[in-house]
Design a protein around this ligand. Structure first.
Ligand code: ATP
Ligand code: MG
Length: 561
């Protein structure tokens, strides 16, 4: 393709609203343009790569027996009401005003609609149905370019089975296909067991990529591959100290001591001898949450333990509830419900707040002095803690979800009455699975993992072109004639070539564009080398250059460098 005739609007400047590398580079290299918040147009060069990703997904989905559909984006609202998901999706669901339609954020309902009455017997299953199509979600905070858009492309697949054994098979097939897809795209990823959120159902796993732009926090063990959402992650943590003899409770004056670190310094003790109190309001009632030392309360774990609505108490509520300010609160004689982290279970001779400003208590034996405490796993896993599975060091970081596989079960088939007749002629709901991949996210995550200070560094098989052919001074007849010949020869040899044949662009401008666009190999054609019958090759990734005989160009391109 000739650059002089292409629409690849590269930019030198970093766009204002872009922060993460993939977003910046996708705009700068003319792959996408924003139309409005969270809504993007894929420009021709970007769409070329997007199609390559879709082709890989298609091949792998077809290889597991998937059949490709194209479901409508505009859905009757009624069917979404029947599954309760108009409410479940809430504001994220785009609704067409004055019309009973929604814009589909996913397609379980439509799949169930087609299965109903068509899949009538156990003999009609298993089925794997998929599509690659636009989804609409009114994300409250679209950000990071195409990573969180209000309109995006998803590959969504659905399995229909007669029982959970069949579902297990379909789930395993998708798990395998997802590995192949992400491996073939050259993306480094890991897998996290997850909760299924608004989708319902039982087992689910997420395929994740480490990225500062991620909105999920995960704990990951490089050694054994243990990975879990920080909301549920566990680690080998050190419990509260247990002494052979319990002292009795005594009061200590601790002026200006507010934090656990200050308390440890003041009393010359270890944080594993301290218990920190946090007050939460649960369905209108105070609850004291007691943590070991500096451990932080994990509010997701807390919410799942307590159920209902949970929020931290405001500072003015603290005084009213406990008689003290934050920093002096403690569990002894606390008149409301108290729950504690499991690590405190065996602790004695502990130090904690006295519910009186500037005082702490020592000699606390929780079993003896606060026998009503209930114990749960409430702590937040932190980087550097030991892996629960192999004892190696865990790293906690932000990650982006690329894909998600769920065992849905019969939630949707029951809601929509999608039944079949089993071997005994008995009517049963179809067992469903659902499997998504964010196609735009795969694209952005590839760039997140393959760029340098000059631009994108494409590699096989997603590279938009194999070779970037640069004619340095196209006004020079020798250069332009040689370039035209090279261009034809390379294409004849099977290469996809982007030819910078622009007349007026300077050499520096062309080099910068070539580095920014990031094709794996650059063939640089200039008058000086041509006079010796030579051209220059540049490896975009390593930056390495070599001058080769023009007559041996095709052979030289085969040589690794
Ligand atoms: P997230 O937790 O990031 O909001 P999700 O759990 O809502 O994602 P799913 O419903 O599982 O997403 O959708 C399947 C896939 O679609 C996700 O794994 C992700 O790659 C992609 N995806 C979801 N929401 C968006 C979005 N707003 N923009 C781009 N891709 C998205
Ligand atoms: Mg998900």
């Amino acid at each position: 393709m000739r650059l002089s005739k292409s629409f690849i609007p590269t930019l030198k400047e970093v766009p204002n609203d872009a922060v993460i590398p993939s977003h910046i580079l996708m705009i700068r290299s003319g792959l996408v343009r924003q139309v409005s918040a969270g809504i993007y147009t894929w420009l021709p060069l970007g769409y070329k790569v997007l199609r390559k990703i879709m082709d890989i997904i298609r091949e792998e989905m077809n290889a597991i027996g998937g059949q490709e559909f194209h479901f409508p984006g505009l859905n009757p609202k009624e069917i979404w009401e029947q599954t309760g998901r108009v409410e479940a999706f809430g504001d994220i669901l785009f609704q067409i005003k004055n019309r009973e339609y929604v814009l589909a954020p996913t397609h379980e309902e439509i799949v169930a609609f087609h299965a109903k009455g068509s899949i009538v017997s156990y003999k009609d299953m298993p089925q794997i149905w998929y599509q690659i199509q636009t989804k609409f979600r009114n994300e409250p905070r679209p950000r990071s370019g195409v990573i969180r858009g209000r309109q995006f492309i998803m590959k969504d697949a659905y399995t229909l089975d007669k029982d959970t054994a069949g579902l297990d098979v379909g789930y395993a097939l998708h798990d395998k296909a997802y590995h192949s897809i992400f491996d073939r795209c050259g993306i480094k990823y890991f897998i996290v067991g997850a909760s299924s959120g608004a989708m319902g159902g039982s087992k689910s796993e997420e395929f994740m990529v480490k990225s500062s732009a991620g909105e999920d926090t995960v704990a990951y063990c490089e050694k054994c591959g243990y990975a879990a959402n920080a909301e549920v992650a566990e680690s080998v943590a050190v419990s509260a100290k247990h002494h052979a003899e319990s002292k009795t409770v005594y009061e200590i004056s601790t002026p200006d001591v507010k934090s656990i670190d200050e308390l440890c310094a003041f009393l010359k003790i270890d944080e594993h001898e301290t218990a920190k109190s946090r007050i939460y309001i649960h369905d209108g009632q105070p609850v004291l949450v007691l943590m070991l030392g500096n451990d932080e309360v994990n509010e997701t774990k807390l919410t799942s333990v307590l159920g209902g609505v949970v929020r931290p108490a405001h500072p003015d509520e603290l005084k009213e509830i406990t008689g003290a300010d934050a920093g002096s609160i403690g569990p002894i004689n606390f008149p409301h419900r108290t729950i504690a982290d499991n690590l405190l279970k065996e602790g004695n001779n502990l130090y904690s707040g006295a519910n009186k400003n500037d005082y702490h208590l020592g000699g606390i034996d929780l079993k003896r002095d606060a026998p009503k405490i209930e114990y749960f796993d409430l702590r937040t896993t932190e980087s550097g803690e030991k892996c629960i599975r192999c004892g190696s060091t865990l790293e906690v970081f932000k990650a982006i979800e690329l894909g998600h596989i769920f065992k849905l079960g019969t939630k949707y088939s029951e809601a929509l009455g999608v039944n079949f007749l089993d071997e005994n002629g008995k009517e049963k709901p179809i067992v469903m699975g659902s499997y998504g991949i964010g196609v735009d996210r795969v694209f952005a995550c590839f760039i997140e993992q393959n760029f340098d200070d000059k631009g994108i560094v494409w590699k096989e098989p997603l590279n938009p072109f194999d070779i970037h052919l640069i004619g340095l001074n196209m006004k020079n007849a020798l250069v332009s004639e040689s370039c035209e010949r090279i261009y034809i020869d390379l294409i004849a040899d099977g290469y996809e070539v982007l030819f910078d044949d622009r007349m007026d662009a300077s050499a520096g401008f062309k080099f910068n564009d070539a580095d920014l666009l990031g094709m794996p190999v650059q063939v640089i054609v200039g008058e000086k080398n041509l006079k010796d019958g030579k051209v220059e090759l540049k490896n975009r990734k390593s930056g390495q250059k070599k001058v080769v005989e023009l007559s041996k160009l095709l052979d030289q391109l085969q040589e690794p460098f």
